[in-house]
Design a binder for this molecule. Structure first.
Ligand code: SAJ
Length: 414
């Protein structure tokens, strides 16, 4: 039975909110569930709680159509889509262990409202084998979950469908990307595929849940490994005093070479996290993936050492109280997201080690996070004059034209 009249989206974050909005705009009744009251209130007020191109307009449309309502009480529905975070466990005795607390909490909430013929789709990135465990969790006499009746369990379908949307182009990619759908049974996979056919223009391929889970981890690990290659050659090129961007441009004229761009490290809540899920479960067989992760982490420290060297050189020229401005704090260009951001880590480092105030320009945010020291000032692009040293950390489009800037030295580590 494939009925998708009502859909509960569990988690209204970077993945859940665009999905809820697009489904509502297409006429489905969508219940958005989030434990954060501010997210619920913002959504019902048609205000997005983070910046994503076109999301505000689409949220306004979804709310105006009366098809989307957010709540912190989970409502019964035909389909449940879980889009909650799966971070790494903090201070774990196991290195880089995935934290499935939010997923388990989502299943617990769903277990209280499950009905016959429901479909549960997990979009959160998880270790291989997680989706197959869900039915077991629901069957168990487990204080974490409401005991679900056998008749409901028999008709319940469960699938994993990894999200693939790129922050900054989320609404386009949500609709137009191909999707992989893995079911715990073939029936679950084909039911979930039909759900995505409702709004996805891309090709939908079905498989089992474990394969789909690994597809997601492999996609993000692939990107991490390739960025690590670019970061590694950037550190080698620097020793030879070779401009790495020119080097890569030239190498990429080869028909079978396509090197990515180096940067100050890899940030965000996906590529900097997901490869660890594979490494954690396959320590001995994932050396390349682990080394890539370590290389990308090392690149941030390498950038800090290089900037320290640049500052020392300037200080030797009798500048005791340097005026330094950093450009960019977000984890990548043209977004406001500071999660796992190498640029933020670098600025935080200098705010605690330099004996004078520093400035930072991040046009995508209105105020600095509380974690920043008081000696960091958020200034505007118009204030970018008369600095001794300008250090670009993020390649935002608005930083493209730095020609007219008055500064003794401009360095590009973006
Ligand atoms: N980066 C580089 N050099 C590059 C490209 C990226 O240093 O050539 C850096 C960025 O600056 C950033 C990090 O890598 O710090 C990640 O940025 P990204 O644009 O590569 O990816 P995300 O994290 O924004 O989104 C990724 C995407 N995955 C892939 O491209 C395989 C997206 O499709 C996923 O949906 C998302 O992770 C996710 O949620 O998993």
């Amino acid at each position: 039975m494939t009925k998708f009249d009502t859909i509960s989206i569990v988690g209204l974050g970077y993945i859940g909110l665009p999905l809820a909005v697009e489904l509502a705009c297409r006429g489905h009744v969508v219940y958005g569930f989030d434990i954060d009251q501010k997210v619920v209130t913002d959504t019902n007020n048609a205000t997005t709680h983070y910046n994503e191109p076109h999301l505000s307009e689409r949220l306004l449309q979804a709310r105006a159509s009366n098809k989307l309502i957010a709540s912190n009480i989970l409502k019964p529905a035909d389909v449940f889509v879980i889009a909650v975070p799966t971070p790494l466990i903090k201070n774990s005795e196991y290195e880089h262990a995935p934290d499935l607390t939010y997923v388990r909490n989502a299943i617990r909430s769903i277990s209280q409202v499950l009905e016959n013929n429901n479909l549960i789709i997990l979009e959160s990135t998880v270790p291989v084998g997680t989706t197959d465990l869900i039915k077991t969790w629901l069957k168990e006499e487990n204080p974490d979950f409401q005991k679900v009746s056998n008749s409901v369990l028999e008709t319940l379908d469960i699938a994993f469908c990894p999200e693939r949307i790129l922050p900054g182009d989320a609404l386009n990619e949500l609709i137009n990307n191909d999707r992989t759908v893995g079911g715990i049974t073939e029936k679950a996979a084909s039911r979930a595929a039909k759900f995505y056919e409702n709004f996805v223009n891309g090709k939908i391929t079905t498989t089992n849940a474990r394969t789909a889970e690994m597809v997601k981890l492999v996609e993000n690990s692939f990107r991490d490994v390739n960025i690590a290659f670019a970061n590694e050659i950037s550190m080698i090129a620097s020793k030879y005093d070779i401009d790495v961007r020119t080097l890569i441009e030239m190498a990429n004229t080869h028909p079978r070479v396509n090197i990515l761009q180096p940067g100050p490290g890899v940030g965000g809540h996906c590529i900097a996290i997901d490869p660890w899920f594979l490494v954690h479960d396959n320590e001995l067989d994932s050396r390349l993936i682990k080394t890539a992760r370590q290389t990308n982490l090392k690149k941030t420290n390498w950038t800090i050492r290089r900037i320290e060297h640049n500052i020392d050189e300037l200080s030797n020229k009798n500048t005791n109280n340097l005026k330094i401005c950093f450009l960019g704090l977000s984890y990548k260009k043209n977004v406001d997201d500071l999660r796992e951001s190498p640029a933020s880590k670098i600025v935080e480092h200098f705010s605690t080690t330099l004996p004078f105030d520093i400035s930072v320009i991040e046009p995508h945010i209105l105020e600095l996070p509380k974690s920043f020291d008081e000696n960091v000032a958020l200034v505007r692009l118009e204030d970018l004059h008369n600095f001794d040293l300008i250090i670009k950390l993020v390649d935002h489009d608005c930083f493209a034209d730095l020609k007219n800037i008055k500064a003794d030295t401009v360095l590009d580590y973006s």
